[in-house]
Design a protein around this ligand. Structure first.
Ligand code: NDP
Length: 296
């Protein structure tokens, strides 16, 4: 391996420390404790693990955590009523509805019922519009984590060629928008892109958010490029379960200048950014200066 390893686990610990520092300041100087409410509908095992982890890290950072667990057959009206109650609760500064929702619930309707200023996932259509027009918004956690790591490693990414592989609403599109807002020259690639290897080869920054195990081999990567691997794929290898990214780490790390591993790269940054967004939302709600370095 010749690439520098971008250690998301260590970086996330640093972000969480910063968050905890801001929480202490909010409590001591203003008597305010930021609060994050997480709503889980149903019993999806992966979602349960995420929600538990979010709650634990919220409490560890000194914030209040509110969990609302609802049955899988909860009606849309009942879920909307809970969100309405959280929207109007001054102790709650951030609201997250764990996705995916059971099929009978309209995800867009539910997400857009969250008060935009409490939408710490950054999925509300108002936040999407604000981000798209370069205005102050709540920024989706995973792309925000990627941006923080890129800014930390490069200082400025202005003028760099960035290729984002994947165009989902939760990762690819907001990632591309953030890179563009930081003045990178951005290409968004997807399943219909022609000559994907050629497109990726142009990139000084590659962000892979596809969901296909080790799809991007080292020989697609430009020498010295920075590779951010968002993918989380569970595979079986040599009889063992393993987590791998969308990038073939072994070959890519021989060509890239810097690379995030999976696990231990983008993953830990996502919850750290959720905590950061909650502090940001709390400061905004109280007319206080936003924490530096924790927003886009
Ligand atoms: P989606 O399935 O919503 O989007 C995948 C994107 O990849 C689509 O835009 C699709 O293109 C594109 N794609 C699929 N196949 C190809 C291909 N052969 N060539 C080029 N592009 C392709 O996934 P998400 O954005 O939700 O997630 C992507 C990955 O990131 C997953 O592995 C997920 O687990 C992971 N993830 C990790 C997080 C973290 O915290 N680290 C958080 C969120 C996601 P098209 O639109 O044309 O179909």
């Amino acid at each position: 391996m010749t690439a520098t390893l971008i250690d998301g686990k260590a970086f996330a610990a640093k972000v969480r420390e910063q968050v905890a520092g801001h929480v202490t300041r909010l409590k001591e100087e203003h008597g305010i404790t930021p609060g994050l409410a997480v709503v889980l509908v149903g019993e999806d095992p992966a979602s349960q693990v995420y929600v538990r982890s979010k709650g634990k890290q919220t409490v560890e950072s000194g914030m209040n955590s509110y969990e609302h667990k609802m049955d899988a057959d909860t009606s849309e009206a009942d879920l909307l009523a809970v969100i309405d109650q959280l929207n109007n609760d001054p102790a709650v500064h951030g609201i997250l509805v764990q996705l995916p929702l059971p099929g009978h619930l309209n995800e867009d309707l539910i997400i857009n019922s969250i008060a935009p200023e409490k939408d710490v996932d950054g999925f509300h259509i108002s936040n999407v519009g604000l981000l798209g027009t370069g205005q102050k918004s709540m920024v989706p956690c995973t792309p925000l984590g990627c941006l923080m790591m890129l800014r930390d490693y490069h200082g400025s990414i202005s003028g760099m060629n960035a290729v984002v592989i994947g165009r989902s609403n939760i990762v690819g599109k907001p990632m591309a928008q953030l890179l563009l807002n930081d003045s990178a020259t951005v290409t968004i690639a997807h399943s219909r892109t022609k000559d994907l290897p050629g497109v990726v080869k142009q990139a000084d920054i590659v962000v892979a958010a596809v969901g296909r195990p080790e799809m991007v081999p080292g020989d697609w990567i430009k020498e010295g490029a920075t590779v951010i691997d968002v993918g989380i794929n569970r595979i079986e290898r040599d009889g063992k379960n393993k987590l791998v990214g969308d990038v073939d780490f072994e070959s890519a790390s021989k060509v890239a200048g810097a690379i995030t591993p999976v696990p231990g790269g983008v993953g830990p940054m996502t919850i750290a950014c959720l905590l950061a967004n909650t502090v940001t939302a709390c400061c905004r709600a109280n007319g206080l200066a936003e924490p530096e370095g924790l927003t886009a």
